[in-house]
Write a protein that binds this ligand. Structure first.
Ligand code: NAD
Length: 508
């Protein structure tokens, strides 16, 4: 049964949860009065429904945000931060419930869901701390009796558009710095993961965030997302998602001279040199390639291995894949959950077929799992290709599923060249015990994130997150760098000399 049929069958008897939009501090239906169902990708079960909103709903949300921001920007940042501390505390208190909701609607295994909620907790505490920093510079003036400093000021209304694969972590990376810096937020979460967005909004509400500062509007990218991008009172757009959509947003927002922060796809590689600890490399590859069923922007989609250890690595990888348990992520024993929906499943399968057609050798997997208990969910067998060449489609394009490709090389230089040859630049990793070659790789790998003796995933929230080339447009989520997205710099000169002093003229 395909996803659309399941949706239609269940529309009539939605008795599960119904969430509404959160606008101006109230839970309200869309003006369309229409709803979309939310489906569990592991079981096909309908979890509930959310509004299918329109441009008019965005109008209301932006108006509320604009009004609320006028007074929020005047609240001292340490006081704004008090709300974030409370958000952190509530996230911590509700961690287990939130993790269950996350796994039910997104599919990642429960241990990973707990990790993701923890990431939002960490981010909330970290950004709350920024309420007492938000540092600018105080610098000496070139003139006597004159004072010079720079301060961060809020931008205004931040439009957030987020993907389904990290529904609360990415929302926390964006909404927390935006709010602590004095902005208001209008957020369109992904259509596949609306419940986490509603739960996060409930937490902000319970934490005492004044009405109108966080608005959540459910709906499609084409209608609601686009309305955010185009609205004249949305001052900046922070987007995480695919390159295709990010590019469109950038073109439209660019023509309106809006600031955009874009975090997009990846084609990440683990490099394994001949002196590496092979068992450790296997751990790193299995975790990065098949965790979250390969649906991470940082997933290990390529393994670049020195030819001397290729066979050994392949044998060990195959042994480990055979041990992986696939199923509903709510089962604590399961290692790999479903992929997000039927169309993702088909797309992954298409890539695999292309890989075979282009001459790559399938070591394991390569098929949709549709029998033996897998009938109702969207499951794909963990897949490894070998003898892949860097010009094959599977070695260049983001697959976003549990598929990885082994490419053999003779030298570190060749490995770095292949690593850097793709259009993305998010994450890379190197396994080696040779400190000289590791430092060379750290310098030359052209990605925003580099891991040494670890897989391609595992970012910590107090460092910048993002990538080079086609992965982004120079901004970063998380870390202090995130504040650069949500603030403008204002330079202030105070002349207490009582005379007109002209810079560059009167002191020369
Ligand atoms: P997507 O681009 O399909 O959707 C992302 C968001 O954009 C969703 O909320 C969607 O509804 C909205 N959208 C779609 N069309 C739109 C339009 N025309 N105007 C405005 N908004 C629109 O991506 P996805 O499938 O949700 O997520 C997977 C992608 O996200 C992958 O490419 C992955 O690599 C990327 N990703 C990147 C990072 C990162 O930090 N670099 C992190 C996570 C995911």
């Amino acid at each position: 049964m395909n996803q659309q049929t399941i949706q239609e069958e269940n529309k009539a008897n939605v008795k599960a949860k119904r969430y509404l939009n959160y606008i101006a501090g109230d839970w309200v239906p869309s003006v369309s009065e229409r709803f979309t169902v939310n489906i569990n990708p592991a079981t096909g079960e309908v979890l509930g429904e959310v509004p299918q909103s329109t441009k008019e709903d965005i109008e209301k949300a932006v108006l509320a945000a604009k009004q609320a921001q006028k007074s929020w920007r005047l609240v001292p940042a340490p006081e704004r931060a008090d709300v974030l501390y409370e958000v952190a505390r509530l996230l911590k208190e509700k961690k287990e419930d939130l993790s269950h909701i996350l796994t039910s609607e997104m599919g990642k295994v429960i241990s990973e869901a707990r990790g993701e909620v923890q990431e939002a907790i960490d981010m909330a505490y970290y950004m709350a701390g920024e309420g007492r920093r938000l540092f600018g510079d105080t610098v000496p003036s070139e003139l006597r009796n004159k004072f010079a400093m720079s301060v961060r000021v809020p931008v205004g209304v931040a439009g957030l558009i987020t993907p389904w694969n990290f529904p609360i972590a990415i929302a926390s990376w964006k909404s927390l710095p935006a709010l602590v810096a004095g902005n208001a937020v209008v957020w369109k979460p992904a259509t596949e993961t609306p419940f986490m967005a509603a739960e996060f909004a409930k937490i902000y509400e319970e934490a005492g965030l004044p009405k109108g500062l966080l608005n959540v509007v459910f709906g499609s990218g084409g209608e609601v997302g686009n309305a955010i991008v185009e609205h004249p009172d949305v001052d900046l757009v922070s987007f995480t998602g695919s390159n295709e959509v990010g590019r469109k947003i950038n073109e439209r927002a660019g023509s309106l001279l809006k600031r955009t922060s874009l975090e997009m796809g990846g084609k990440n590689a683990v490099t394994v040199l001949e002196d590496a600890d092979i068992d450790l490399a296997v751990d790193g590859i299995i975790w990065s390639a098949f965790g979250t069923a390969g649906q991470r922007c940082t997933a290990c989609s390529r393994v670049i291995v020195h030819e001397a250890v290729k066979e050994q690595l392949e044998t060990k990888l195959l042994e480990r894949v055979a041990e992986l348990k696939i199923g509903d992520g709510l089962d604590e024993e399961v290692n790999i959950g479903p992929v997000i929906n039927q169309s993702a499943l088909q797309q992954i399968d298409e890539y695999v077929k292309t890989g075979v057609k282009e001459g790559a050798k399938l070591l394991c997997g390569g098929k949709i799992l549709a029998e033996d208990g897998f009938e109702k969910g969207n499951y794909y067998a963990p897949t490894i290709f070998t003898d892949v060449s860097p010009d094959m489609t599977i070695a260049k394009e983001e697959i976003f599923g549990p598929v990885t490709s082994i490419i053999a090389v003779k030298t570190l230089e060749e490995a770095i060249e292949i690593n850097n040859s793709v259009e993305f630049g998010l994450s890379s990793s190197i396994f080696s015990r040779d400190v000289n070659r590791v430092f060379q790789a750290m310098r030359d790998l052209d990605t925003g994130i580099v891991y040494v003796n670890a897989g391609t995933t595992g970012a910590e929230i107090h460092l910048p997150f993002g990538g080079t080339k086609g992965t982004g447009n120079g901004h970063r989520d998380s870390g202090v760098a995130a504040l650069d997205v949500y603030t403008e710099w204002k330079s202030i000169y105070v002349d207490y000399s009582g005379t007109l002093q002209r810079a560059q003229i009167d002191n020369k």
